[in-house]
Write a protein that binds this ligand. Structure first.
Ligand code: GLC
Length: 596
């Protein structure tokens, strides 16, 4: 299969080593990925939940946008405790989403269009309804007992008694990370909900069962995996207690399961067993909360054969207070730039970055980093510009290309997400926090913000379903929808389309080096890309006030005043003169000088 993306690679500079040559071949460096969250994408049968035939009906829309890959959030059989991230059968499709034949048709439909499919791989845990866990829980002597992490109560304590948990770790979704099982008198570990028991990766049978399942998907034609919380799979021996942060109810287990002792060994084994001799043929992206740049260099160094890239979280944490995501604080642009700049620099010579503003776990980008009021269109475009022209593989979360916003939650009944509901119960019920304040934090950071249906039209239920959607449509769908944007050159979607095309047309976007400018400026996000004699300047005002850029900030080898404007989100880009530049609110302009 040949895709349009591959032609770009021919334009790259001559590789200087075998590893670089391999990396040059890697198609996933030159493409853009689109994340589909299937429950909310498109519903073909009117049951209010999106499905695979719904996705197939929109493939032309995705092809026209220009993305090269679809990352599909889980469609496997699942009790849906965490919207499919709790899997009870890795090798079947949940009837709610369709059938395996539908999935085959999706793969074929993508491949016919020169696009690819990346599956979500959720193997830190399964559902408690997975036959592996059902068997494991059936008795202490069960053949698969050791496939999960079972421990007796603390010595001298009775199982189920408060504080009898084997260690003090808290679950990421509130409460303790351990669930007592009356029948066998032991606890099992669940870093997420109690319906998501953690697999025991120390057991080689578990690992080989996972690898066999992955090979089965590759044989079916998928082109890679997005690996859910994959840096959590290796737990420290002895599962030591974590430190209890001030005011917290539980210990922080992260130092004992984040990038644990055998993580690199496990990833290398997986790579060998699943991807064989040519791992760069597939796209692999490890979701790795808490990973540092130094760790990312090891994970993504092509020579180490672990993963192509990771989802890091540092820039997602710039609005988190000491209490985490539900304890928000204002964003300082300088901090955001420093973080992204550090990752650009850290993975410049080794490894590779992923680039994203949002996904199904985060609020809508334009509401969080932009201005979803009067400047919604301009700010959505400006954010897209600065992200897409950095070095790395950009990910677009469904609806982001339309500038979709956060939704409106009247009260707790409007929330569906287990994380938000558990947090409310614990914060209000156990810690006695003010319910109004807790609700406000959920409105800001809750995951349901990005899980409302994709707004296709201004018709009933935004054209998502003919039935009652599983979560209400965001009220602004009459104004913000795909039908209104396709073909309109001024729409957010057309801007995304142009940015995606730039990546295909200009090797400097894929391979150029990157230098951040104006690091301390709290309004302007600016950087320069260079490849051979080609230089590109990205200059964006990420604020709702006008901004002045001093001339000396742009001084350098290129004559930006004369440069061609490659892309902009304003009718008349601010002129660059000896006095500097005066950028309009949310203005983002890209210039190119070709000195070759
Ligand atoms: C990842 C997923 C998230 C899920 C969690 C547990 O962070 O993106 O949606 O709840 O893992 O699987």
């Amino acid at each position: 299969m040949t895709t349009a993306d591959e032609s770009v690679l021919l334009l790259g500079e001559t590789p200087t080593s075998d590893a670089e040559a391999a990396a040059e071949q890697a198609w996933w460096r030159a493409t853009v990925v689109y994340q589909v969250y299937p429950r909310s994408f498109a519903d073909s049968d009117g049951d209010g939940v999106g499905d695979i035939p719904g996705i197939i009906s929109r493939l032309d829309y995705l092809q026209d946008l220009g993305v090269g890959v679809v990352w599909l959030s889980p469609v496997y059989r699942s009790p849906q405790d965490d919207n499919g991230y709790d899997i009870s059968d890795y090798q079947d499709v949940d009837p709610m989403f369709g059938t395996l034949e539908d999935l085959d048709a999706l793969i074929a439909g993508l491949h016919e269009r020169g696009m690819r499919l990346v599956m979500d791989l959720v193997v830190n845990h399964t559902s408690d309804e997975h036959p592996w866990f059902v068997e494991s829980a059936s008795s202490r002597d069960a053949a698969r007992r050791d496939w999960y992490i079972w421990r007796p109560p603390r010595p001298g304590m009775a199982g189920g008694e408060p504080g009898a948990e084997p260690n003090n770790w808290g679950s990421i979704f509130s409460g303790p990370a351990w669930q007592y099982d009356e029948r066998t008198g032991e606890y099992y570990l669940h870093l997420f909900t109690r319906k998501q028991p953690d697999l025991n990766w120390e057991n080689p049978e578990v690992r080989h069962a996972v690898y066999a399942m992955m090979r089965w998907w590759l044989d079916r034609g998928v082109d890679g995996f997005r690996m859910d919380v994959i840096n959590f799979i290796s737990k420290a021996e002895g599962l030591p207690d974590g430190e209890v942060p001030p005011g917290a109810l539980y210990g922080n287990g992260f130092p004992h399961f984040g990038s644990g002792p055998r993580i690199h060994e496990f990833l290398q084994e997986m790579n060998r067993e699943v991807f064989g001799d040519d791992p760069s043929r597939f796209l692999t992206v490890g979701e790795m909360p808490g990973a540092t740049v130094e760790q990312a260099r090891r994970y993504t160094d092509a020579e180490r054969r672990e993963v192509n890239m990771i989802f890091q979280f540092e820039h997602m944490e710039v609005d988190e207070g000491p209490g985490g995501k539900f304890d928000p604080r204002p964003i300082a642009l300088s901090e955001l730039k420093a973080s992204l700049g550090r990752w650009q620099e850290g993975l410049a010579s080794v490894g590779w970055n992923s680039l994203y503003w949002s996904n199904h776990d985060r609020p809508r980008a334009v509401s969080r980093f932009g201005d979803d009021g009067v400047h919604r269109v301009a700010s959505a475009k400006a954010l897209a510009t600065v992200l897409h022209l950095m070095r790395g593989t950009p990910y677009v979360y469904q609806g982001e290309e339309l500038g979709m916003t956060n939704t409106v939650f009247r009260d707790l009944d409007d929330f569906r997400d287990v994380e938000s509901l558990n947090h409310y119960r614990e914060a209000v019920g156990v810690r006695g926090q003010d319910p109004a304040q807790v609700l406000e934090a959920l409105r800001y950071a809750g995951r349901d913000n990005s899980r409302t249906p994709v707004q296709w039209t201004d018709g009933p239920q935004a054209g998502f379903t003919t039935g009652e959607p599983w979560i209400p449509v965001t009220p602004n769908y009459r104004e913000i929808n795909a039908a209104a944007q396709v073909g309109d050159p001024d729409s957010v979607r057309s801007h995304y389309q142009r940015l995606i095309r730039l990546r295909r047309e200009h090797a400097v976007v894929v391979d150029g080096s990157l230098r951040m400018l104006l690091p301390d400026d709290e309004q302007v996000f600016a950087y320069e890309r260079t490849l051979g004699g080609v230089r590109m300047l990205v200059l964006a005002n990420l604020s709702s006030a006008s901004a002045t850029v001093p001339a000396q900030a742009l001084a350098g080898p290129a004559d930006w005043a004369q440069a061609a404007v490659l892309n902009t989100n304003v009718a008349n880009p601010a002129a660059i003169t000896d006095a500097g530049v005066e950028l309009a609110p949310w203005e983002a302009t890209v210039r190119l000088v070709d000195g070759t």
